[in-house]
Design a protein around this ligand. Structure first.
Ligand code: CUO
Length: 631
């Protein structure tokens, strides 16, 4: 039985790049791997392409089922010789995250493994050149370049779309929740996976739209007219492991085309049909399953079923009839520049989960998808008072404590990414210097009163939304509810009488607390310290917890609500989770989602009140705050 330290070393070794074997000394192939190696090594692996996904699914199932770590290691080494490298890496990430014998082992940060998916090729190639020319082992620093000019208004949002932490979060989310996950084969549930697909992406959109308003831009326009010309984007990325294939850029003005290349066939007409069928399911609250039977979307599980249908995941009730709408849309948009492959162009960034968020079309695509879920939620009755109140509990006051009370400051800060551990095969340390958004630390002070005779455990739910729209008008409540971003959710024990609850921004249940670098993992291993804390790499970056705001100080409303934990808790709440990062957006590994309420509650359903003040009950409170961006 290996120690955690030994396992950690094994996992790090899995990611080392092998020298290619010449035929003479090619290793024997394990019979379990026969049939794999279908995707050519030169092709960029896409976790939205159904052909790629099927092969990746077969591989991670084999790796997950490996007898022990030696067997696992041998299979990975063999697979690396003849299977597409990006596909192997994805399968290894999925298998490591889920194998019972690797609980507590850290995965090397993906951005260090694949810096070429996060840093422009110009910078990557400069790093490679400077490393080649090095005369000593001193660290080399290179500066990341900008990918757009301000001739494109979308340039203003590049700091968000091209943020490394946000893209890594998105990659990991799709590794934790693979579209191809089959609980029957893997033996583990992915609780409310379809609902989380809806909610996590909805929150990304809400955060993006908050920042758009702050920058004086219109909120995202859904992409549902497929005959419409779309905007352009150039990522400047190249996939080093696929012969440095360039991720195709997209000039403005292209229109969606039928795709027919590399074993992939999807037509725009089909996509329209799937869209209409999905909308019909959302409106009627009924889905036709594979056997032709009508299945009702219930209040408890309807959104989960619809999420699986729209993505579409392998647990879709009927992918023959409803297609794989969302994945196909990623796929088709990523090939819009060369839909039949005549120019041998690679995909654009929308085709991979690590790069898709960079493209403004990611948000337009997902806004269209989100609208399907909103249409469905509109058919569900608004929450009754009894579903919102917490008798005996009153929130008296809420304040955000920072340098100035109820004012939050944001700013850009420098950061560095180490390139030497990943696929670039560098001789020494080369770091890319880049910038990301950040905010000052803050805490919430919540004063609440428990007028009952008993102690009560409350779930504290904290959300934030902008007050004014693009034109400076107050945002109507049923539009504003789509802007509400979740900042935190936690439990607190309230004694009878007055209670003061203080919570730090760094404790947020939506964020990951900064990823552990490859060097830090190595240090742990070398210093002999057992890595005893569990790890999960999914999670919104802590530095991006609050919106950017604007220079004048942008008006937001903070919403705090206390609900009865006895009604929120799930049966398994007493189990100590293996991985507790960002539970709101990532769930708990191998356990039920730790909140019985609908994701996004209480803003997931239409609100009858005319404005947010009228929606309030005694267990809720608002606080106006400003977010000021400092240059
Ligand atoms: Cu995450 Cu479309 O599902 O990018």
């Amino acid at each position: 039985m290996s120690t955690l330290r030994e396992k950690q070393l094994i996992v790090l070794q899995l990611f080392e790049r092998p020298e290619p074997h010449v035929d003479a000394d090619a290793p024997e192939r394990d019979i379990r791997l026969s049939g794999l190696g279908r995707l050519p090594k030169s092709v960029i692996f896409s976790a939205f392409n159904s052909v790629h996904l099927q092969e990746a699914c077969e591989l991670y199932q084999i790796l997950y089922a490996a007898r022990d770590l030696i067997d696992f290691q041998t299979l990975v080494q063999q697979a690396k010789q003849f299977v597409n490298e990006g596909l192997v890496m994805y399968a290894v990430y999925v298998a490591v995250l889920h194998r019972d014998d690797l609980v507590g082992v850290k995965l090397p940060p993906y951005q260090e493994q694949r810096p070429d998916l996060f840093i422009p090729a110009e910078t990557i190639f400069q790093a490679i050149q400077e490393d080649k020319r090095r005369i000593d082992d001193q660290p080399i620093i290179v500066n990341s370049i900008e990918t757009t000019t301000n001739l494109d208004p979308e340039y203003k949002l590049a700091y968000f779309r091209e943020d490394i932490g946000i893209n890594v979060h998105h990659y990991h989310w799709h590794v934790v929740y693979p579209a191809t996950w089959l609980p029957t084969i893997m033996g583990k549930i992915k609780d409310r996976k379809g609902e989380l697909f809806y909610y996590m992406h909805q929150q990304m959109l809400a955060r993006y739209d908050c920042d758009r308003l702050g920058l004086g831009l219109q909120r995202v326009i859904p992409y549902h007219n497929f005959d419409q010309k779309i905007g352009g984007y150039a990522s400047h990325l190249a996939s080093v492991i696929n012969d440095s294939k360039i991720f195709a850029s997209r000039p403005a003005g292209l229109i969606l085309q039928d795709v027919n290349r590399d074993g992939q066939q999807v037509t725009v007409e089909e996509l329209e049909r799937f869209k209409d069928r999905l909308m019909q399911a959302a409106h009627l609250g009924k889905v036709i399953d594979e056997s032709g039977k009508l299945v009702s979307l219930t209040i408890e599980t309807g959104i989960d079923v619809l999420g699986a249908l729209v993505e579409a995941s392998y647990t879709s009730l009927n992918s023959t009839y409803y297609g794989t709408f969302h994945n196909d849309l990623h796929d088709m948009l990523s090939l819009i520049h060369d839909p039949d492959g005549r120019y041998k162009q690679s995909i654009g960034v929308l085709g991979t989960t690590a790069t898709a968020v960079r493209d403004p079309m990611f948000f337009r695509l997902h806004r269209a998808v989100d609208n399907m879920f909103v249409e469905y939620k509109r058919t569900i009755p608004s929450y009754q008072h009894t579903e919102l109140d917490f008798p005996g509990i009153t929130v008296e006051n809420v304040e955000v404590k920072a340098t100035v009370t109820n004012v939050l400051n944001t700013f850009m800060t420098d950061d560095y990414l180490e390139l030497k551990h990943g696929v670039l095969r560098l001789k020494g340390t080369v770091k890319v210097k880049f910038q990301h958004i950040d905010h000052e630390p803050f805490c919430y002070d919540i004063l609440c009163h428990n007028s009952t005779q008993d102690e009560k455990t409350a779930t504290v739910r904290i959300f934030l939304a902008p007050v004014y729209d693009e034109l400076g008008h107050e945002i109507p409540i049923n539009e504003q509810r789509r802007f509400f971003i979740e900042l935190d959710k936690f439990q607190v024990l309230l004694i009878p009488g007055l209670n003061k609850v203080t919570r730090n921004s760094s404790e947020s249940a939506v964020t990951a607390k900064g990823s552990t670098t490859h060097d830090e993992i190595l240090n742990d291993v070398e210093s002999g310290s057992e890595v005893d804390h569990s790890y999960c790499s999914c999670g919104w970056p802590d530095y991006s917890l609050v919106p950017r705001g604007n220079r004048r100080g942008m008006d937001f409303v903070l919403f705090v609500m206390l609900t009865d934990y006895e009604e929120d808790c799930v049966d398994e709440s007493h189990i100590v989770p293996e991985c507790k990062n960002s539970t709101s957006y990532c769930g708990l590994q191998n356990q039920k989602y730790p909140d019985k309420r609908a994701m996004g509650y209480p803003f997931d359903r239409s609100i009858k009140a005319n404005n947010i003040e009228k929606f309030l009950l005694p267990n809720m409170k608002l606080q106006n705050i400003k977010i000021q961006f400092n240059v």
